[in-house]
Design a protein around this ligand. Structure first.
Ligand code: NIG
Ligand code: FE
Length: 417
């Protein structure tokens, strides 16, 4: 299929964009893309491709702009229930960490998720996945973390594998038993850390070998934060995971700086996520590494917190910046990367071009998939969005409206309405 008459074709060609390079769009005016099967075969101007591939079936983009499909590299997609009442408690002045310490927060979603059977959990998760796709996300990272016991965590992984199999949204899983201290270990966080390193991680690796359909091992993530896992416990979990061969991620510096960002860089993690209270030293360490900084601006927005990731400092130091929704029932029930981009332009002070690069090629790097997705280049998977507008600048400028008209996933046109 030859998609032609594309007013602006944003290719993002040339790989992840570090520091001030961020925002190189690789823009082709009046462009075209040739798709063969699941992949992109050729990219160029309409004139060139219409001449070269005159016999191919055509799709007229009718002057719309095209982008690579969004890659959302940090979500907690699989959960049951909601925390709408907790949101109102926060509006009345209770803080997120206070609610967590009182047994609410993540723990209340753990209770609802443990109680839900597979079909219920699947149906609720699938609704969110479909909505993400309609808003232009073609690949999503999704974490377990509302089980906090082996079987419930594995049930969440199973939901993610099943959903990925159903498609068309592609799901990259992360195993996160270290999302909070399990309620059974409330007074013994070291005991829970020991359970994760001694039993859950080794058993999950064996389970994945049998059930993971030969996919690469999932990421392992840790919530390194006051009230969750301290630096030492995070280090133990991450080094055990690394030694078992799992790729790594971390939640760090969301509320307090415990040193998690530098730990991620030291251990070669794929990404360090949140990074609000990150120090100048941590920024330097990250910038000297290949660990991608994943900023989640919906989280402070969702918590009415005025502090956001110091994105400009991270870019000035030469860091690799990506964006994600953090979709979760506590702090940020958001499925829409277009909203993340609009918010980032205002709260992080970056341009639409930078935010789009951080939501495509750089977010693909945050989940180590930059060789397959995140840009429109020959040989890559054909994950492409046609917008309802003819100028990419409208992404970021406008908000609260879905500007995605057509989603192409692995070369197939997906109905979005
Ligand atoms: O990334 N911070 C930890 N995890 C989520 C929140 C999860 C929840 O509150 O249910 C986050 O913000
Ligand atoms: Fe998160």
């Amino acid at each position: 299929m030859l998609i032609h008459n594309i007013s602006q074709l944003v290719t993002m060609k040339g790989g992840p964009q570090r520091g001030r390079e961020l925002g190189r769009l690789g823009l082709i005016e009046q462009g075209a893309v040739l798709i063969r099967g699941e992949n992109i075969e050729a990219v160029g101007t309409e004139e060139e491709l219409l001449r070269k591939y005159s016999d191919e079936p055509r799709l007229d983009a009718d002057g719309k702009a095209a982008l690579p499909g969004f890659v959302d590299p940090h979500t907690h997609l699989v959960w049951a229930g909601d925390r709408a009442l907790e949101f109102e408690m926060r509006l009345e002045g209770r803080t997120y960490l206070e609610i967590l310490a009182a047994g609410g927060g993540i723990i209340s979603t753990v209770e609802a998720t443990r109680e839900a059977d597979h079909d219920t959990l699947y149906a609720q998760t699938r609704n969110r996945a479909r909505s993400m796709l309609r808003h232009g996300t073609t690949t999503v990272e999704a974490k377990t973390g509302y089980g906090l016991e082996y079987k419930a965590e594995i049930d969440q992984l199973q939901v993610l594998l099943d959903l990925d199999k159903e498609g068309p949204l592609e799901i990259v899983p992360t195993f996160l038993p270290a999302h909070a201290i399990a309620p059974e270990y409330k007074t013994n966080p070291d005991g829970y850390t020991q359970l994760i390193t001694g039993k859950m991680l080794p058993s999950a690796k064996i389970w994945w070998g049998k059930n993971g359909c030969r996919k690469p091992l999932p990421f392992v993530d840790v919530f390194c934060e006051t009230g969750a896992f301290d630096l030492e416990q995070s280090r133990r979990i991450m080094t055990t995971a690394r030694d078992l061969g799992f790729p790594l991620k971390i939640h760090a510096d969301e509320f307090d700086n415990l040193g998690g960002a530098s730990l991620a860089a030291e251990l070669g993690a794929a990404s360090a996520d949140h990074l609000v209270k990150t120090s100048a030293d941590d920024i330097k360490t990250l910038a000297a590494s290949d660990t991608v900084v994943v900023s989640l601006p919906c989280t402070p927005f969702g918590l009415s917190d005025p502090h956001y990731t110091p994105a400009k400092e991270i870019l000035a130091a030469g860091g690799i910046l990506a964006l994600a929704t953090d979709c979760n029932p506590g702090t940020a029930w958001c499925v829409n990367m277009q909203f993340v981009i609009a918010l980032s332009c205002r709260a992080l002070g970056i341009t639409p071009a930078q935010a789009i690069a951080a939501s495509t090629i750089n977010s693909a790097a945050a989940i180590q998939r930059q060789d397959r997705i995140g840009s429109i280049e020959p040989g890559k998977q054909a994950d492409i969005l046609l917008l309802s507008v003819d100028d990419y600048h409208h992404i970021g400028y406008r908000f609260g409206e879905n500007l995605v008209n057509t989603v192409v996933k692995k070369g197939r046109i997906i109905p979005v309405c």
